[in-house]
Design a protein around this ligand. Structure first.
Ligand SMILES: [Zn+2]
Length: 136
């Protein structure tokens, strides 16, 4: 079945991120000048404006910083998943990323909830990082 949701638009800045995802590695940018971890990838550091960057692997664990439950599909491909959760997750390493919380009822999601990464292999090119409640 064809994937009906929008796919990432890859560019030179984001390519290492998506290549990592395809291997189920969560790679995030670390500023070589000030050490800031950032996600999504960007050409320059928002803190010190340096363009010197390295990629580091995150373990894929973190906590929900904030979230919203979507009850409307703004793209037709999301219709079958309503309601779904869009969240900001603070990775243990320090970066904050936007993602989905899956694997539980949207009503069970709360701020500070411990979560872990799960990979959604949507086609032969892309794996989308999502998060689920931390499995004990
Ligand atoms: Zn910096």
């Amino acid at each position: 079945m064809e994937y009906a949701k929008p796919l990432p638009q890859v560019n030179a800045d984001t390519r290492p991120f998506w290549q990592g995802c395809r291997q189920h590695l969560l790679k995030i940018q670390k500023c070589k000048n000030c050490g800031l971890l950032r996600c999504p990838p960007a050409f320059i550091c928002p803190e010190c404006l340096s363009s010197e960057v390295e990629w580091v692997a995150a373990k894929g664990k973190g906590r929900v910083y904030s979230f919203a439950v979507y009850h409307a599909a703004y793209q037709p491909g999301f219709q079958d998943e309503l309601p779904y959760v869009v969240a900001l997750v603070d990775l243990d390493e320090g970066a904050r990323m936007i993602t989905n919380i899956v694997g539980c009822d949207p009503g069970e999601v709360y701020c500070e909830m411990a979560v872990e990464i799960v990979w959604d292999d949507v086609n032969e090119t892309f794996s989308i990082p999502k998060f689920r409640p931390l499995q004990k």
